[in-house]
Design a binder for this molecule. Structure first.
Ligand code: SF4
Length: 416
């Protein structure tokens, strides 16, 4: 019988994801020394603004004593607020007395982020970013789908993607979008930064990503080269996942046989060929839905069960462009989860935030319910098939937009 209720840790995380936190002086002060939030706090019209500036720096991530990790999302209407100070510690409080205040900490800015490489490049500009204990290496962020010829006026990029556009980041990293191999200087800088991270004991997972290439064999070659460079520094101390697009079999085998990565994650994003063609037109045109799944299946043969993942954008299918009712979307997503799990492929559901315009309270409530129901149903599927998420791939300490690891952590504690 599937559980109808999330465990407490996952329920709190879900609440913070949707409700966010309203501003307090304590939250503003906590930004000093914390990993900086990409989005400053923006005061809503009429909201008390003690800074008088309309916006304020806030920390990026908070962690509770029960190890619930949450991104700090500013929201002037949230019932959650932070009090305390850096000497006595911070607390997460709720307007309703039934939620007792709990101690929290904010993820600090790591020392390496303020350092420079030998040639004077800021280490946080060398293609490595940190999601708490996961180092994400992205030295070639520009995605060829953004530049591919449009079809019926429609771009080939994935419908939800804003991060693959060729821009100042890819330029700064020296990426030529049409070249497979990356410049030696790009690798040298990345490796100098990575050496700091590997020696710091702050990182438990390394995740390789990058923009896609129209020729998936070229992308395979790029990721083999990248993984070799990473292992020349990492020396297998930290588990590495290849988060490329789907790759031809020979590159999957090479990544395994050369012992370059420990797991792969080829993001299918949505379940059903029709939805894939609409949401990910470039992936469908240049690789194809069936080839994508076949590559994941082949990876299971090569890497084994528990080492093959695919990220999904949970909730995008509720959008008005896709013509699915809430129930149809949920049933389809859960059918997909079971189909993938039965093949040894583990989907990971990241919450999709609707763009402004759909950003209405009713849409949020619907999405929240959907994400919760999807996670409850999927937890049951994982349990039925005896599949768990390998903690070398990710864990509850780095999964800030996903609930699977929090739910499984709770089940593991209960079983013992
Ligand atoms: S493959 Fe899709 S999600 Fe990935 S960078 Fe390109 S457009 Fe974005």
């Amino acid at each position: 019988m599937p559980s109808t209720k999330l465990p407490e840790n996952a329920a709190l995380k879900l609440d913070l994801m949707f409700e966010g936190i309203r501003y307090s002086n304590a939250l503003g002060e906590a930004a000093d020394g914390a990993f900086p939030n990409f989005y400053p706090y923006r005061f809503a019209l009429g909201e008390p603004d003690p800074t008088g500036k309309g916006k304020a720096e806030i920390p990026y991530m908070l962690v509770t004593e029960d190890e619930v990790l949450s991104r700090v999302k500013g929201n002037g209407e949230s019932p959650w607020i932070v009090d305390g100070d850096k000497y006595n510690g911070y607390r997460l409080c709720h307007d309703q007395i039934k939620f007792p205040a709990q101690a929290i900490r904010f993820t600090p800015i790591p020392a390496w982020m303020k350092k420079r490489t030998r040639d004077g490049t800021a280490m946080d500009q060398t293609g490595i970013s940190l999601h708490t204990d996961m180092a994400v290496i992205n030295v070639a962020p520009a995605c060829q789908y953004f530049l591919a010829e449009k079809q019926n006026g429609k771009s080939m990029r994935c419908g939800f993607c804003a991060y693959g556009a060729p821009d100042a980041r890819s330029e700064q990293l020296g990426q030529d979008i049409y070249q497979t191999s990356l410049p030696d200087l790009t690798y040298a800088r990345m490796k100098e930064t990575l050496a700091e991270l590997v020696n710091s004991d702050e990182v438990r997972h390394i995740y390789l990503v990058g923009g896609s290439m129209a020729d998936w064999a070229e992308e395979g070659q790029r990721f083999v080269e990248l993984a070799r460079q990473v292992q020349s520094v990492n020396q297998h101390k930290i588990p590495v996942t290849c988060g490329s697009g789907a790759l031809p079999d020979r590159y999957i085998k090479q990544l395994h046989d050369e012992n370059l990565v420990d797991a792969v994650c080829f993001n299918l994003e949505v379940w059903s060929e029709a939805l894939f063609a609409k949401v990910c037109p470039g992936k469908h045109k240049f690789v194809g839905y069936k080839s994508w799944i076949a590559a994941l299946e082949y990876a299971v043969k090569i890497f084994g069960k528990g080492r093959v993942y695919t990220a999904m954008v949970a909730g995008i299918e509720l959008g008005p462009d896709y013509g699915l009712t809430y129930r149809e979307a949920l049933n389809q997503a859960l059918r997909g989860a079971e189909d993938l799990i039965s093949r040894g492929i583990i989907p990971i559901y990241s919450l999709f935030w609707p763009v402004a315009g759909h950003n209405l309270p009713a849409a949020y409530a619907n999405l929240r319910d959907y994400f919760e129901q999807l996670n409850l149903g999927y937890a049951q599927i994982r349990s039925d098939y005896g599949m768990t998420i390998w903690d070398g791939f990710m864990c509850h300490c780095c999964a800030y937009m996903q609930l699977e690891c929090d739910i499984d952590l709770h089940s593991t504690i209960e079983e013992h």
